[in-house]
Design a protein around this ligand. Structure first.
Ligand code: ADP
Length: 417
């Protein structure tokens, strides 16, 4: 052979091996691209069964197998789910044999490659097996298992590709488990809320009966025995009657809060003035003996809502305006107004009362928040939180503008009718 032929042969071999290397690199890169695609697909799913279904369907692009399964946590033990190939009956919970490669993979977190059969019962028909642990935050969530009938069918490179898939699958499973836990926690909180509401309702309801008896009998004593009581005795009895009345109002507020969780049906309320009149009628006993001047704009705009609950909002806002009008106010005034703003109806209750510090205004609508208790008005700090909950449920918003010492304007908007 002449030297140039030798040179040609070397060149030919070099060319061939570089072609072979190129083909291998291309195969590897398309397998890695497939891992990415599967990762994107499974990370879009948040349900464990869906994730496993996608893996069973798509993993063929990465790795050759006649069987694909996962062994995953079920309560505090294991469960086998076959994703591809005939499903062999496995008991749940599943206990891997102590001397099996599956037990080893689950307990050490190390991938196992089997070249010629193992003692894993659900893989007994397959000579070649790869078992790759699914790990998240130092915890083994299970394994993903690939198997083929022929022996010596898998290489270290196959295991590496399987490992890349296992990394992605672990993440997706972890997310699905977290979501499941969140759902369970949410359901528990909802259940607890329902129980607490029922409890509140029962307590408030049960308290009203004896309270009503105290009120009735106190009034009866005042009426029938009033003559035999001296002035002090009558004063004491009046305190009892007043305090019982106030307690009744507070219990009513608690009952309302419990009721607010129920559905509210929204419908057009055309005559909002009639609704305000009903709210004012409730406050009549407070207003009759007071010098407060109340005006109501005669043409309040119609609204989408629910008359009973809107009455509640006005009763609370006007009731507060009366309560916080100021003891020394020489010209106490309250004005109820309304106007249409785009597709909203906006109502406001203005007073020239004690007003509220700017820094206090944000927390007024929270439950049990009272910003000027030194003023000495009765209340639990629930009224405005009830107002906000009602208005929010009716698809509206609520707010306040106020200047300390000058007065406040509480407003709310609702979809206009
Ligand atoms: P309550 O009146 O039972 O304390 P609310 O939730 O109705 O509870 O009101 C919360 C707090 O907001 C009141 O304690 C009061 O300090 C303040 N507030 C409400 N309305 C007015 C008002 N019109 N003027 C001044 N302060 C008010």
């Amino acid at each position: 052979m002449n030297p140039s032929a030798l040179e040609n042969q070397d060149r030919e071999e070099l060319l061939q091996s570089s072609r072979r290397l190129l083909a291998e690199a291309q195969a590897l890169s398309s397998r890695i691209a497939a891992v990415n695609e599967i990762a994107t697909a499974i990370n879009r799913k948040l349900d464990l069964n869906e994730i496993l279904r996608v893996v069973g369907k798509q993993a063929k692009w990465l790795l050759d197998f006649e069987h694909c399964s996962v062994c995953i946590q079920h309560d505090s033990s294991w469960q086998v789910k076959v994703l591809f190939g005939p499903a062999k009956e496995t008991p749940t919970p599943y206990e891997p044999k102590k001397d099996s490669p599956l037990y080893y993979a689950l307990n050490t977190g190390q991938a196992q490659i089997v070249l010629k059969g193992s003692n894993i019962d659900f893989l007994q028909d397959y000579a070649s097996q790869i078992l790759i642990p699914l790990r998240s935050e130092d915890r083994t969530l299970g394994t993903i298992n690939f198997a083929k009938f022929a022996d010596h069918a898998y290489t270290e490179e196959d295991m590496r590709i399987g490992y890349l898939l296992a990394l992605q699958l672990s993440l997706a499973i972890r997310n699905a488990l977290i979501l499941e836990q969140l759902k369970q926690a949410h359901a528990q909180v909802e259940q607890r809320n329902r129980e607490l509401d029922a409890y509140n309702h029962t307590i408030a309801h049960d308290l009203k009966t004896p309270l009503q008896a105290i009120l009735t009998f106190s009034e009866l004593i005042m009426f029938t025995q009033g003559k035999v009581l001296d002035d002090k005795g009558k004063d004491y009895l009046r305190y009892v009657i007043e305090a019982t009345g106030r307690m009744g109002q507070m219990i009513d507020q608690l009952l309302q809060l419990a009721r607010l969780r129920e559905e509210i049906v929204v419908n057009p309320v055309m005559n909002v003035n009639a609704v305000v009149d009903l709210a004012l009628a409730r406050l009549r006993s407070n207003l009759d003996s007071s010098p407060i001047q109340i005006t109501v704009q005669p043409d309040l705009p119609p609204v989408l809502g629910q008359a009973q609950w809107i009455e509640e909002v006005f009763a609370n806002l006007v009731g507060n305006a009366v309560k916080y009008i100021g003891k020394e106010n020489p010209t106490p005034q309250i004005h109820v107004k309304g106007r249409v703003e785009g597709n909203l109806a906006r109502y406001q209750v203005e007073d020239n009362g004690i007003g509220i510090e700017p820094s206090d205004q944000a927390k007024l609508f929270e439950m049990f928040s009272r910003v000027n208790p030194e003023f000495g008005a009765d209340g639990l700090g629930l009224g405005l939180s009830i107002v906000r909950q009602i208005v929010t449920k009716l698809n509206g918003t609520v707010g306040v503008e106020s200047v300390l010492g000058k007065g406040s304007t509480f407003w709310f908007t609702l979809p206009s009718a």
